[in-house]
Write a protein that binds this ligand. Structure first.
Ligand SMILES: C[S@@+](CC[C@H](N)C(=O)[O-])C[C@H]1O[C@@H](n2cnc3c(N)ncnc32)[C@H](O)[C@@H]1O
Length: 262
C-alpha cells in the first residue's frame, strides 16, 4: 500500500527519518508534522527529506536570529553560526547605519540586521538570480536588493557611505567541497560554497574594494573558518583595513572585522 493511502503517524515519521540518517529525527518530525496540511502533504514532505533535501528546503523556511527566512531549492541555507556575524555587525553599527549585505543569498543576514536595527538603510546583492528572488521576498519593505557580481550592481551613491559591510562569501577551499555533507554539496549551488584554491578568492576581491565603499570608521565583516582565520585577517589587512579576529566558541564561528580608519 502506498504511503499516501496510509496516513503516517508521528512514530512512522520519526522511524523513517531515523532510518534515512537524520540525527535529530524527533525534532525534524515535529516540524514536518506541524508544516503538513494533511496526510498526503505529510507523506510528500517526509519523502523529500528522506531523499536528502535539506530540512529547510523541505519546510520552505529557515530560522535565523529568531526570524523565519524563506528558502528553497537552489538557495544557500543560512547557518546557525552566522548569527555571530550578525551580532558583531549590530555591535559595530552606529545609530542609523548604512548597511550592505554582499553575497546575500536568501537575504537572511540583512533581514536579521534590519530587525535588530530598524533605522538601518539596507542594501543587499547577490550574483545568483535564484538567491536574489528569495532575498527580494525576505527583504520586502526592509531594503533594496540588486543582482550582479559583488559591488558592481550597487548604486554609486553608496561609495564612501557604508557603515557596515557584511559579506558571508563562499569560503570552502575547492578541494574540500567534496567533503561537505550531501545536503550542502548536492543541494546548494556550488558558487555559494566554493571559494577557490585556498577558499579566499572572493574574500580577496571584497577586501580589495571594500575601503572605497566604507565610510570612515565603517567595518567589513566576513565569516571564515578557524583554519583560515590568520590568512583571512592578512587578506583583509592587505586591502587597507585594520583587521581583527573574533571567535564564538558557542557557535563555533570565526569572524574577521576590518575597519576603515576614521
Ligand atoms: C555562503 S553563501 C552566503 C549566503 C548568505 N549571506 C547567508 O549567509 O545565508 C554565499 C553567497 O555568495 C554568492 N556569491 C558567490 N559569488 C558571488 C559574486 N561574485 N558576487 C555576488 N555574490 C556571489 C552566492 O550566490 C551565495 O548566495
Amino acid at each position: 500500500m502506498s504511503s499516501s493511502a496510509t496516513p503516517l503517524t508521528a512514530l512512522d515519521v520519526v522511524t523513517r527519518l531515523r532510518a534515512a540518517g537524520c540525527v535529530f529525527a524527533e525534532d525534524e518530525a515535529a516540524l514536518l508534522l506541524s508544516a503538513a496540511t494533511g496526510p498526503a502533504h505529510l507523506a510528500a514532505l517526509v519523502s523529500r527529506r528522506v531523499d536528502g533535501l535539506p530540512l529547510e528546503h523541505v519546510l520552505g523556511w529557515a530560522e535565523f536570529c529568531g526570524i523565519r527566512v524563506a528558502v528553497g531549492p537552489g538557495v544557500f541555507v543560512p547557518r546557525r553560526r552566522t548569527e555571530f556575524l550578525v551580532r558583531q555587525a549590530v555591535a559595530a553599527a552606529p545609530a542609523r547605519p548604512v548597511v550592505v549585505d554582499l553575497c546575500c543569498g536568501s537575504g537572511a543576514l540583512g533581514a536579521a540586521l534590519a530587525t535588530a536595527l530598524p533605522a538601518a538603510e539596507l542594501h543587499a546583492a547577490d550574483v545568483d538570480p535564484a538567491a536574489v528572488r528569495y532575498a527580494r521576498r525576505n527583504l520586502a519593505g526592509l531594503g533594496e536588493v540588486y543582482e550582479g557580481d559583488l559591488f558592481a550592481p550597487l548604486p554609486g551613491s553608496l561609495r564612501g557611505r557604508v557603515d557596515v559591510l557584511l559579506a558571508n562569501v563562499p569560503y570552502v577551499p575547492t578541494h574540500d567541497v567534496e567533503l561537505l555533507p550531501a545536503e550542502a554539496r548536492v543541494h546548494e549551488p556550488r558558487a555559494a560554497l566554493d571559494g577557490g584554491g585556498d577558499g579566499l578568492d572572493v574574500m580577496r576581491r571584497v577586501a580589495a574594494a571594500a575601503p572605497g565603499w566604507l565610510a570612515p570608521g565603517g567595518s567589513l565583516l566576513v565569516e571564515t573558518s578557524e583554519r583560515q582565520a590568520a590568512l583571512a585577517e592578512e587578506t583583509i589587512g592587505a586591502g587597507g583595513l585594520a583587521p581583527r579576529v573574533v571567535v564564538s566558541e558557542e557557535l563555533y564561528a570565526t569572524v574577521v572585522i576590518g575597519t576603515r580608519p576614521a
